[in-house]
Design a protein around this ligand. Structure first.
Ligand SMILES: [Zn+2]
Length: 291
């Protein structure tokens, strides 16, 4: 087991994971879909206390195996984006020079850990959901060319002010808009970081496919997500992922699984997915165009 260096975006000093409580038999199937793979094949699994110790029904997706807390919220994409940006802007209203430096130094541990996947000479690295820019800065300090996007206005401002990113380096944009811009500019990346992002995005498979499209052959998608823990059960966290869920996503979105790692102290899970090589069937025949 590897110890992944961690930036504590979540609260620390969490209590131990409480015992599971069996789900009530009478709970009916929810009207929502899996927030990860989009399937409607959901089963009530158990109840679990959230960060305010309120009993929360947890559903299991029988398609991808992720766990989905049932919150009373509008899970449409605009509503979730608004909820997420307001949450993080409230969480991080300011960033002093000393805090920015500490953030970049802490993030250097992430860059060091994932260095074996970042060796390509001249390769572009992307961070989607760059927050206050600490990881982008840590990667830049190690000599990499980096670009990123952040949809929360305040966080993008903090990152640009703290680390001097211009608007072409750190885009104030949602992930899909950012990736479309790069695609139009015919830019390709050696690695894409999704650091504590996937648990915040409803049905991210289209994003994952777009990431696969922007990666060089053999490029990597790298990230971290929270494990199921009561301190992490709040409305900003739509899903709790696990190894089967990543295998499902990899298969459906054009990746192979390269590595999983766990930060048990913080109850985080890291992942590295490799862009799958498109294989042609030996039975495919190249036919001339019909004129
Ligand atoms: Zn699912």
């Amino acid at each position: 087991m590897n110890n992944t260096p961690t930036i504590a975006k979540e609260s620390e000093n969490c209590p131990m994971m409480p015992d599971f409580v069996p789900a009530a038999e009478s709970l009916s199937k929810p009207e929502f879909h899996c927030h990860f793979c989009g399937s409607s094949k959901l089963t009530p699994a158990f109840t679990f206390p959230d960060w305010l110790k309120r009993a929360t029904q947890i559903y299991l997706c029988r398609e991808c195996s992720c766990l989905i807390p049932c919150y009373d919220l509008d899970a449409s994409r605009p509503a979730v984006l608004r909820l997420q940006t307001e949450f993080w802007e409230a969480q991080w209203p300011d960033l002093t020079i000393a805090e920015a430096e500490r953030l970049a130094v802490d993030c250097a541990g992430i860059a060091n850990y994932y260095a074996p996947w970042l060796k390509a000479e001249g390769g572009l690295l992307l961070e989607i959901g760059a927050g206050r820019g600490g990881l982008m800065e840590a990667l830049r300090r190690q000599g990499f060319t980096v670009m990123g996007c952040e949809p929360a206005v305040r966080l993008a401002e903090l990152a640009r002010n703290a680390f001097g990113f211009d608007e072409k380096t750190l885009h104030l944009a949602e992930a899909e808009v950012f990736l479309k811009r790069l695609c139009i500019a015919r830019q390709r990346a050696q690695a894409v970081f999704l650091w504590h992002v996937l648990e915040h995005i409803p049905e991210p498979y289209s994003l994952l496919r777009r990431v696969a499209g922007i990666l060089n052959d053999g490029g990597f998608l790298i990230g971290q997500v929270p494990l199921l823990d009561r301190d992490y059960i709040y409305e900003a966290h739509l899903v709790f992922l696990n190894e089967p869920a990543f295998h499902h996503a990899a298969l459906k979105c054009g990746f192979t699984v390269e590595q999983f790692n766990y930060d048990i102290n913080n109850r985080f899970m890291g992942f590295v997915l490799k862009k799958a090589v498109a294989r042609r069937s030996p039975f495919e025949i190249e036919l001339p165009p019909i004129i």
